[in-house]
Design a protein around this ligand. Sequence first.
Ligand SMILES: [Zn+2]
Length: 223
Amino acid sequence: MPDYKPEECIYDKSYTCPVCGEPFKAKQVRKGRAKFISNDDDLKPNYTPVQPDYYDVIMCDHCGYAAISSKFDKITLSQQEAIEKEITPLYEKTDYPDVYDVDTAIERYNMALRNCEAKKSKAGEKAYIHLKLAWFCRDKNDKSSEIEHLKLAYSGFNEAFTTEKLPICGLDENTLLYILAATGIEIGYPEESIRILSRLIVKKDLSSRFKQKITLLKDKIKN
Ligand SMILES: [Zn+2]
């Protein structure tokens, strides 16, 4: 695989806004151009030379509607009205660079979070955004903000588990349980993490690679 420059990984994708109906373009990462390097313990993926996660919020630059890509088209009429009333009047168009840095990503995800508040999204969608924001704060070495977002992701996913249908934003039950366990370690609930991992490891549908990750995480708690 050749080494691409960051700008060679990005292209403009066309969208039609489901709220205001206007066409707009948003930056996306070309398939196969970003090279996977590693996962952190909580599955945060690390790529080079661009981070695909940074581009996952699609934002209309006419009305300020913003959402993660898996939720972008899933909006009800009353939610559209809420965006028009609560988001659009305050929205000011921002020119983002072609290649997003971590601060651009944080700004766009925060905008998606404000949209979630306006459209009264379920806990799972907000938790997912907080998880990503925690990961971006990790990229900036901003530990206190990372922990703040991890706590919100943790409580939101816990709530989503009992109130929402899985998968949540593409995360299936096993992945979510694993993320909860990994996040619990970071925010000071190791006993709960051990309980989750013990419940997870006896499941029958796990790949050997995933089982190994669970074992490694368990060992991390013990040390
Ligand atoms: Zn719009």
